[in-house]
Design a protein around this ligand. Structure first.
Ligand SMILES: [Zn+2]
Length: 129
């Protein structure tokens, strides 16, 4: 018998998940909470955040959550696992690619002092260096 649950990710985003076993339901709830529970911008606190997909030059797509505050526009970037089945928000220093580490090197010291976690819940403003 399927067990269903309604998971609130943010004020305007809900998910209905369903599974045959408790461990499977647990996994699904965890996925929703890890990937989609972005209720506000980690930089300015604005609750108006938007999920955005941009197609990059090659085969890949950029998945981002972008703050809609016009004075902020900070974003949280996501990564896709190699098998393309899962995505996760880049909230830790070791999630960043080498190019991202270079671009965001001013966040490294914070991460080292906070068990590897990036400042502002992973939100950052694009810096042209
Ligand atoms: Zn913001």
């Amino acid at each position: 018998m399927a067990i269903t649950a309604r998971v609130k990710a943010s004020d305007n985003l809900w998910f209905d998940v369903s599974a045959d076993t408790e461990p499977e339901l647990f996994k699904q709830v965890a996925r929703v909470q890890e990937v989609f529970s972005v209720a506000k911008c980690g930089m300015c606190g604005c609750k108006d955040v938007k999920f955005v997909v941009r197609t990059a030059a090659k085969k890949s797509k950029w998945l981002e959550v972008v703050c809609q505050d016009i004075g902020c526009k900070a974003k949280l970037v996501y990564s896709t696992t190699e098998d393309n089945n899962f995505v996760y928000p880049k909230i830790r220093w070791d999630h960043l690619s080498d190019a991202q580490k270079e671009q965001r090197k001013d966040e490294q010291e914070y991460a080292e002092k906070h068990n590897g976690f990036l400042p502002n819940n992973g939100f950052f403003k694009f810096k042209s260096s």
